[in-house]
Design a binder for this molecule. Structure first.
Ligand SMILES: [Fe+2]
Length: 289
C-alpha cells in the first residue's frame, strides 16, 4: 500500500466516522424536538381551556383599568379569540335555532341569554326571530365586540359626526358637564345628530368579530335574515353603570329622520320601539368565574 493509498483510506475512515456522528446527532436533535413537541402537547392537553373561559379571562383583563397601558393589544387579542368562537363553545341550545319555535304566537321576537356580568363587562347572547330587526340604538361611551354564532344578520353601523377615532378627554368632560346640567334642569330634549354609515354588511358564523368604540360604529341596528340568528357580544362598561358627571348609562333608540346622502343620515332619538322586547333563556356553557 502506497503512502497515497494510506492517506485515501484514512480520509475515508474519518469521513465515515464524521457521517455516523452527524447522523447520530441529527437523530438526537429530532428526538429532542419530538420530546419537546410531546411535552408541549401533553401540557396543552392538561391545561386545555374552553374558548369561552379564555375569552372571559381575557375580557376581564382587557377592560380592567389596571392594564390600561396594554388596552389596544388586549382588545385585538380579545377580538382574535372571539373570531374563533362557535355556538357549541357556549353550550348553545339548538332548539333556539328551530324556525318552528319562532312561529309560536306568544314568542318574543328576541331571546336574551346572560353569560356573565360585573361592573366592568357584560357578556351575553341575543337570538333573533327570522326577519326581526333589533332597532337602531347606541352604546354611550362603551366598547363592544359582536360575533355571530348562528345564522346570518345584516348589521348597519353609524359613527357620529364629527368623526373621531377616539374620545378627547377634555371634549368629553365639557360635554358631560353640559349633559348633566341639562338633565338636572329637567330638560329631556331628545338627541338629534348627524352620522355616517360605517358598516353595512351581512355577517355570518364564519365572519370575523365586529367591533364598536365610543366614537366609531357606536350606533347600530341588527337584522336577522330568513332564519333565526344568534350573536354573542361583550360590552364594556355595561349599560346602567354610572357615567362620571352624567348619570346611569342608558341605551337610547333612534330612527333615521333624514337621508342626507347615500352614506350620511340624521338620527332622531325616540322611545323604545314597542316591537322590541325579549324573553330569557339560561346560559348552558362552561361555568365562568
Ligand atoms: Fe348593540
Amino acid at each position: 500500500m502506497t503512502f497515497l493509498d494510506k492517506c485515501t483510506l484514512l480520509s475515508c475512515r474519518l469521513f465515515s466516522i464524521f457521517c455516523t456522528r452527524k447522523k447520530f446527532s441529527c437523530i438526537s436533535v429530532i428526538n429532542f424536538h419530538m420530546d419537546s413537541r410531546n411535552e408541549t402537547k401533553s401540557t396543552m392537553e392538561i391545561t386545555n381551556v374552553p374558548p369561552i373561559i379564555s375569552i372571559y379571562r381575557h375580557a376581564l383583563r382587557t377592560f380592567d383599568d389596571k392594564f390600561n397601558s396594554e388596552f389596544t393589544t388586549n382588545l385585538n387579542k380579545l377580538k382574535y379569540l372571539m373570531d374563533m368562537l362557535r355556538a357549541d363553545d357556549l353550550g348553545f341550545d339548538d332548539g333556539l335555532s328551530e324556525p318552528t319555535l319562532w312561529r309560536k304566537p306568544n314568542k318574543a321576537p328576541c331571546t336574551y341569554i346572560e353569560v356573565f356580568q360585573n361592573s366592568d363587562i357584560n357578556m351575553s347572547i341575543f337570538v333573533l326571530k327570522p326577519g326581526f330587526k333589533m332597532p337602531l340604538h347606541d352604546h354611550p361611551h362603551m366598547h363592544g365586540l359582536l360575533k355571530v354564532i348562528v345564522g346570518a344578520v345584516k348589521i348597519r353601523s353609524f359613527s357620529e359626526y364629527p368623526l373621531k377615532d377616539a374620545v378627547n378627554e377634555l371634549d368629553f368632560a365639557v360635554r358631560a358637564r353640559h349633559e348633566a346640567a341639562r338633565l338636572a334642569q329637567g330638560i329631556h330634549r331628545r338627541r338629534r345628530l348627524f352620522a355616517k354609515v360605517s358598516h353595512n354588511r351581512i355577517c355570518r358564523a364564519n365572519t370575523e368579530t365586529c367591533t364598536l368604540t365610543p366614537t366609531v360604529s357606536n350606533y347600530h341596528e341588527i337584522e336577522a335574515l330568513d332564519m333565526p340568528a344568534a350573536f354573542f357580544d361583550i360590552l364594556s362598561p355595561p349599560y346602567d353603570t354610572l357615567i362620571k358627571d352624567i348619570g346611569p348609562r342608558r341605551c337610547r333608540y333612534y330612527n333615521v329622520a333624514n337621508e342626507v346622502s347615500a352614506n350620511v343620515v340624521e338620527l332622531q332619538e325616540m322611545d323604545v320601539p314597542k316591537c322590541f322586547y325579549c324573553d330569557q333563556a339560561p346560559y348552558l356553557g362552561p361555568i365562568l368565574g
